[in-house]
Design a protein around this ligand. Sequence first.
Ligand code: UDP
Length: 343
Amino acid sequence: MAKDKAKTKTEMKPQVEGKEWWVDSKGKRIDGRSVTDLRDITIKAGVLPNADGSCYLEWGQNKVLVSVHGPRECLPKHQANPYKATVRYNYRMATFSVTERKNPRPGRREVEISKVSGEALERAIFLEKFPNTAIDIFVEVLDANAGTRIACLTAAAVAVADAGIPMRDLVTGITVGRAEGNAIIDLNKHEEDAPDAVDMAVAFLPNSKEVVLLQMDGEMTSKEFENLMEMAADNASKVYELQKAALKESVLSKSPEQIPGMDEVTDTGAPRMEAMSEEEQEMLKPRDPMAFHGHEFEEETKIEPKPAKKGKKDPKKADETIDEDSGEDYSDMERDAYDGGKE
Ligand code: UDP
């Protein structure tokens, strides 16, 4: 949990004597934070037993739930990629998540957020390990107060890791911006609506500091941009620590068989032979790559019993294989077509 105490929407007082304000003379914002304070963040991984991976995250007033399924068969098939997994990120806001009823139909904003967030996660996942599969990420915003796309992406990265999907890094998001001339981090809705507001959503691969998402509303100078990017990179590490802690807690509370792949590896990470089938064990044995393993190509030859004479019902055969009118036995024809008529 971040130390910073954020107040709920009802405690905020955006007006003093009828005049709107954003940052007071002491550098305090309307919810009591300083310009570099994050809102309270709580992250819990592994909250949905039916999902392969999941995460519930609270970021100030924002409450989001993420469920990850896959890698699994990619349907419809035309969406499958023979070289890598297809990430399908679905961001949705619940109708009750904002004060005015949100139309349940996904709008352009949701389609856009889904696209850029999915692309950001693609940079972190080893997609090439899972060709022709889909990784489905369902993201529901239950309560919203600015910065939901970043809260969701941060939670989605935890959920993907919780699903045991191999990743080069997590994805950590943060928003930075400007209100009433002040550079601030983690804007709330009141700050996003300031007359001179700049609202910038940034997501990093936290270890390499590679930027995987960058979106901005408003106008600013290049100097302001540089300053805001620095603030974002410095403060994203606080969020990253919370993500790691949530994953650690989730792993420690699970039994080994609940952790994908854990029952198949030893403490050193090597595959556990007993958990494998005989066939898998055979495949793992060292072999001479130049040797010809002829037995692997031998086919088992089965001798089929002679077919019954035409017109006569063979009681051992299923009725549906014999045509009632002609007495033709289709099971024989099917077999002939399959093995080229060999007896
Ligand atoms: N919002 C709303 N209705 C909508 C969409 C958004 O009231 O249909 C509010 C919600 O609080 C959201 C905020 O506007 O968090 C800012 O939305 P924005 O598009 O900037 O995305 P976000 O900051 O949530 O990533």
